[in-house]
Ligand binder design. Structure first.
Ligand SMILES: NC(=O)c1ccc[n+]([C@@H]2O[C@H](COP(=O)([O-])OP(=O)(O)OC[C@H]3O[C@@H](n4cnc5c(N)ncnc54)[C@H](O)[C@@H]3O)[C@@H](O)[C@H]2O)c1
Length: 253
C-alpha cells in the first residue's frame, strides 16, 4: 500500500509505539488520525503531525463507529489501521492479595483483544469501499501483540491471553478479508522504551535491556514504526505475526 497521500487511523496513537508510527507515516506524506482515550496527549501529537485527533474508546461500539464516520467525512478515505491501543497489568492467579480478579482479566481482554477486533471490523467495513490499487489492495491492518503471547511471565495470564488472541485471529481475519484486498499483519514486540516502561526505575529498565541477546538494549519506538511502515508497503506480507525482539525469549520472571 502506498503511504503518500493516504490516511491511516492509529489507535493508541497519543503515546509510545502508536505515536512513533504516526510520526513516521506523517514524514512519508500520509494523513494521520490519532484515535485514543488520552485527549491531552492525542491533541498534541495530532497538532504536531497536522493530523486529526478523535477521542476514542476502542472497547466501545459507538465510539469506534464515530471514529470511522468522522475520519471518512466529506468523502475522505482511510486506507490503513494501526492498532496500538493497549494496557498491561501484573496479577497472579493466586497471589498475596487473593485470587485474580475476574474484572481485571475481562478489562485487559476487553481493551487489548476485543478493542483490536472492534477497530478491525469497522475499519474493514469502510475499507471494502475503497478503490483498489494496481495490486488490488484496498486496505492494510497492523496489530500489536507482544512476545507475552508466546512466553507470558508470572502475573501475565490476562495480558498473554489478550495478546495470544490477537495472534490467533490474524490468519482467519486475513482470510476473511482477502476477497476485498485487505491485509492483516501482527507485530509481536519484545521490550520497547515507551511511557509504558518509563514508569519503571532506570536500573530496572537497564536490566531489562541487558536481557536482550542483541542488540542488548530496549527497543526504540522508531524501530517498531519502521516495521509497521514496511508491512504497509510490502503487499506480500499477510496473515502473519512477526516478532520484533532482538532474539529475547522471556523467562518465567
Ligand atoms: N512497550 C513495550 O515494551 C511493549 C511490548 C509489547 C507490546 N506492547 C504493546 O504495544 C501497544 C502500545 O504500547 P506502548 O508501550 O506504546 O504503551 P503506551 O501506554 O505508551 O500507549 C498506549 C496507548 O493506548 C491508549 N489506550 C489505552 N486504552 C485505550 C482504549 N480503551 N481506547 C483507546 N486508547 C486506549 C492509551 O491512552 C495510550 O495512549 C500496547 O498494545 C502494548 O501492549 C508494548
Amino acid at each position: 500500500m502506498e503511504i503518500r497521500d493516504r490516511s491511516f487511523v492509529i489507535t493508541g496513537g497519543a503515546s509510545g509505539l502508536g505515536a512513533a508510527v504516526a510520526r513516521l507515516l506523517y514524514s512519508k506524506g500520509a494523513g494521520v488520525i490519532i484515535a485514543d482515550l488520552d485527549q491531552d496527549n492525542g491533541v498534541v501529537v495530532a497538532k504536531e503531525l497536522k493530523g486529526i485527533f478523535i477521542k476514542t474508546d476502542v472497547t466501545d461500539e459507538e465510539s469506534v463507529k464515530n471514529l470511522f464516520s468522522e475520519a471518512t467525512k466529506e468523502g475522505r478515505k482511510v486506507h490503513g489501521l494501526i492498532n496500538c491501543a493497549g494496557i498491561a497489568i501484573a496479577e497472579k492467579v493466586v497471589g498475596k492479595n487473593g485470587v485474580h480478579s475476574l474484572q481485571s482479566f475481562s478489562k485487559v481482554i476487553g481493551i487489548n483483544l476485543i478493542g483490536t477486533f472492534n477497530a478491525i471490523r469497522i475499519f474493514s467495513q469502510y475499507a471494502t469501499m475503497n478503490n483498489p490499487n494496481s495490486d488490488g489492495e484496498r486496505g492494510v491492518i497492523v496489530n500489536t501483540s507482544s512476545i507475552a503471547a508466546f512466553e507470558g511471565q508470572i502475573g501475565q495470564a490476562a495480558y498473554s491471553a489478550s495478546k495470544g488472541g490477537i495472534v490467533g485471529m490474524t490468519l482467519p481475519i486475513a482470510r476473511d478479508l482477502a476477497a476485498y484486498g485487505i491485509r492483516v499483519v501482527t507485530i509481536a514486540p519484545g521490550i520497547f522504551d515507551t511511557p509504558l516502561l518509563g514508569k519503571l526505575p532506570p536500573d530496572v529498565r537497564e536490566t531489562l535491556g541487558k536481557q536482550v541477546p542483541f542488540p542488548s538494549r530496549l527497543g526504540r519506538p522508531e524501530e517498531f514504526a519502521a516495521l509497521a511502515v514496511h508491512i504497509i508497503e510490502n503487499a506480500m506480507i499477510n496473515g502473519e505475526t512477526i516478532r520484533l525482539d532482538g532474539a529475547i525469549r522471556m523467562p518465567p520472571r
